[in-house]
Design a protein around this ligand. Structure first.
Ligand code: ADP
Ligand code: MN
Ligand code: MN
Ligand code: MN
Length: 337
């Protein structure tokens, strides 16, 4: 037997943006445990806006686990929050996802790194050079001294934890970065975004750096942060066709407000029609169009097949991938194949 350190991780009850919470317990196992071997656990929901003080117990139900690359015998345990009667807590959006096997999601998470109250690269007063050379930039003047270090170590941590991290790049604004995560299965992709967010937050603690997930932290001519949501179903990849695609886009247009409602707060500040976005009250799609709500990749329309994946560019960096995936799937499921 060996002692394992289990870090249970869950989303609290704050609105409109839920916070990650974690607590640790030690348990003995013969070898690295499986999900089935991990017990449910409880926490004080009155301290996380998930219960009243008089009846405060909430239940943590393990749903995914990852080896913790930074600890000996460490296990990162993603949990859903349940009520004592075993039903999902109202804050538990993961439980609302109704996907079919074969649904794939890729999320592109953008964020700012903040030190001493301002994005990396911003001087104490005023602004750094205007946007231009920061995107995929190289060199101290473009990415500073710790931006790349943090994003590289974060990438290593994700890969070692078994997260399907697909890449990183420096983004358009100074101090802004992006990582991409892809998953076959919407819960899988969304769990891994949350776990990657957790690993980034825990890593940046060591640098005295905060992660600003807000979608428009700097006013003016500076890009906001999105979390583009790339998605495909088996039907979209294998059958496709222009008729089906147009019906799908009609359904996305008809449900525009319902989508925006779960695509992250303050999105009106970001979806302005400028900075590679469509405005919040418009819906459009376009081939290779980064000013559209939904970008259709060239590969999708090749040979008039209308097959493959689509990119919804509207979700923002503070969006909850569980809610986003759940809503995208609901709209897809409303369209006859
Ligand atoms: P861009 O910045 O040009 O939008 P990225 O390379 O950053 O492109 O992101 C593309 C995303 O699309 C990746 O997250 C990738 O995993 C995802 N993706 C690729 N193919 C599929 C697919 N068939 N279904 C769902 N997502 C996909
Ligand atoms: Mn990208
Ligand atoms: Mn980007
Ligand atoms: Mn994109």
């Amino acid at each position: 037997m060996a002692k394992y350190r289990l870090d249970y991780i869950w989303l609290d009850g704050y609105t409109p943006v839920q916070n990650l919470r974690t607590k640790c317990c030690i348990k003995e196992f013969e070898e690295f445990p499986t999900l089935e071997q991990l017990p449910e656990w409880g926490f004080d929901g009155s301290s996380t806006l998930q219960a009243e003080g008089g009846d405060s117990d909430c239940v943590l139900k393990p749903v995914a686990l990852y080896p913790d690359p930074t600890r000996i015998n460490g296990v990162l345990v993603m949990c859903e929050v349940m009520l004592p009667d075993g039903t999902p807590h109202p804050s538990n959006a993961r439980a609302t996802i109704e996907d079919e096997p074969g649904t794939w999601f890729g999320f592109e998470q953008e964020y700012f790194l903040i030190k001493d109250g301002r994005p990396l690269g911003f001087p104490e007063n005023g602004y750094p050079e205007p946007q231009g050379e920061y995107y995929c930039g190289v060199g101290y003047k473009n990415v500073g001294d710790i931006g790349r270090e943090i994003s590289d170590i974060h990438l290593d941590l994700c890969l070692e934890a078994g997260i399907n991290h697909e890449g990183i790049n420096a983004e358009v604004a100074s101090g802004q970065w992006e990582f991409q995560i892809f998953g076959k299965g919407s819960k899988r992709a969304a769990d891994e975004i949350w776990m990657a967010r957790f690993l980034l937050l825990r890593l940046t603690e060591e640098y005295g750096v905060d992660v600003d997930w807000r979608c428009k932290p700097i006013k003016g001519d500076w890009n906001g942060s999105g979390m583009h949501c790339n998605f495909s179903t088996e039907h979209m990849r294998e059958v496709g066709g222009k008729d089906y695609f147009l019906k799908l886009m009609d359904a996305f247009e008809a449900n525009c407000e319902e989508h925006i409602a779960v695509y992250g707060p303050d999105n009106d500040q970001r979806l302005t029609g400028l900075h590679e976005t469509q405005s919040i009250d418009m819906f459009s799609w376009g081939v290779a169009d980064r000013g559209a709500s939904i970008r259709v990749p060239h590969s999708f329309v090749k040979d008039d097949a209308y097959k493959g994946y689509l990119e919804d560019r509207r979700p923002n960096s503070q969006g909850d991938p569980y809610k986003i995936a759940s809503r995208v799937i609901q709209t897809i499921n409303s369209v006859a194949k």
